[in-house]
Design a binder for this molecule. Structure first.
Ligand code: SF4
Length: 408
């Protein structure tokens, strides 16, 4: 099979993996003869480097053949799709070619499992090792690892990659038993635990002056939302454990979408993208805003409210804590105000040391005044007591009613 044909098959097969953090860029290309350039192309996706830069990656599978039969995956053993496999040398060549032409700044490499987890992992590591050692490749490399592979191979992968990940896919063993019978939650967590220790060891060595050491700086995972009956509470509980016990950099939530060659036990409809978005918002509240999972979810409901962002929903449930006086509120309190993010909170704290803060100052900081006004007291503004006490507040933020479709 021609290399280009393999690329078309194996790049397409890789597109279902969200754990390299697509930037969500709008798709544009010049195939109609208008303009120059493209945001996509076979195998090219966008991601964020550890320093926050948006980078383009060659995103491919080494092979879409697989011994496993995960129901949600187009590459599963029982799926009737066209199969292909790169050799490690072919992936190296493609990466270097694309890199030299300035199409990409790095590689995201995953693979179906062929022969055994170790055999597959050896091939994945061979690509990264050849790029780093034989070609002195300094671009970004993200490798997907296999929890069943030997710890030595996963450690080798971490030495050549900038980021490594293991997909958890579903938050409970019960769901895995049903949809991914060969996968085991405890095995995945053990592998994550070992990676965590290696990452911390490498970070210590770098801090102690080992400047030549090359090692991944973080690990991440992906979960599929809406393929089974797991609730948002289940997902957030698992994420909290992964951030706390395994120090994951990111948990990526990927809304389930029916694939070609679907398995009969999967839902026929895609999960709402808004559910994925709300989970990301809740995840950020846990990581950057000091919220505990139990505060984010309404105790009476296992799912996040699709109509309100989770921070606003929390503020509406806790109206008694507002309004906050901008002159005296702590950083922790300000982070809980709907419409204020960590950057603006820090700017407000710096500003208030110099002078009393007015609404116009917040406006200059691009704080959304409509959103924060009911929750804050400034020198020139105090919300009327009735505003927070009444259901008018909820009405103010609730989405406008829309004409429902008659047929769907
Ligand atoms: S192991 Fe990975 S590639 Fe294989 S079927 Fe499962 S999700 Fe798909």
């Amino acid at each position: 099979m021609e290399l280009q044909q393999k690329l078309a098959i194996l790049a397409d097969a890789a597109k279902y993996d969200a754990s390299c953090a697509s930037s969500g860029a709008q798709r544009r290309d010049s195939r109609d003869g208008k303009g120059v350039g493209s945001t996509g192309g076979a195998g090219i996706c966008h991601s964020y480097a550890p320093d926050g830069r948006c980078i383009s990656l060659l995103k491919v599978l080494l092979t879409n053949r697989c011994l496993y039969d995960c129901h949600y995956c187009i590459n599963r053993r029982s799926s009737n799709v066209r199969r292909a496999a790169f050799t490690p040398e072919e992936v190296v060549r493609l990466t270097l070619d694309f890199y030299k032409r300035n199409y990409i700044e790095g590689l995201f490499l995953s693979s179906g499992i062929v022969r055994s987890a170790d055999h597959t992992m050896e091939q994945v590591v061979a690509v990264a090792r050849t790029l780093r050692e034989e070609h002195d490749f300094r671009g970004y490399i993200h490798l997907k690892t296999i929890p069943e592979a030997s710890p030595e191979l996963i450690e080798l992968a971490a030495r050549y990659a900038d980021r490594i990940s293991i997909n958890l896919e579903l938050p409970s063993q019960k769901s895995l038993d049903r949809l991914a019978p060969e996968k085991n939650l405890d095995r995945t967590k053990h592998a994550m635990g070992r990676i965590r220790l290696k990452l911390e060891d490498a970070a210590d060595r770098k801090k102690n002056g080992d400047r030549r050491l090359r090692h991944a700086t973080g690990q991440s995972t992906q979960v599929i939302v809406g393929a089974d009956e797991s609730t948002d509470a289940d997902f957030l509980a698992r994420s909290e454990e992964l951030y706390g016990s395994y120090r994951l950099r990111r948990v990526y939530y990927s809304a389930f979408s029916p694939i070609p060659e679907p398995s009969a036990i999967l839902p026929a409809r895609p999960a709402p993208l808004l559910r994925e978005h709300r989970l990301y918002q809740a995840d950020w509240l846990m990581r950057f805003y000091g919220f505990h999972r139990s505060e984010i979810l309404d105790p009476a409901k296992p799912h996040l409210d699709l109509h309100l962002d989770p921070k606003l929903a929390w503020a509406l449930r806790n109206r008694a804590l507002f309004p906050l006086d901008l002159r005296t509120a702590t950083r922790e309190q300000l982070l809980r105000v709907p419409g204020l993010g960590p950057r603006n909170v820090d700017r407000i704290l710096a500003l208030r040391r110099l002078a009393p803060i007015r609404l116009a100052d917040l406006s200059r900081l691009r704080v959304p005044l409509d959103k924060v006004r009911p929750f804050l007291i400034t020198t020139d503004h105090r919300p009327p007591a009735t505003e927070l006490e009444s259901d008018r507040l909820l009405a103010r933020f609730a989405p406008r009613p829309e004409q429902l479709e008659l047929f769907c």
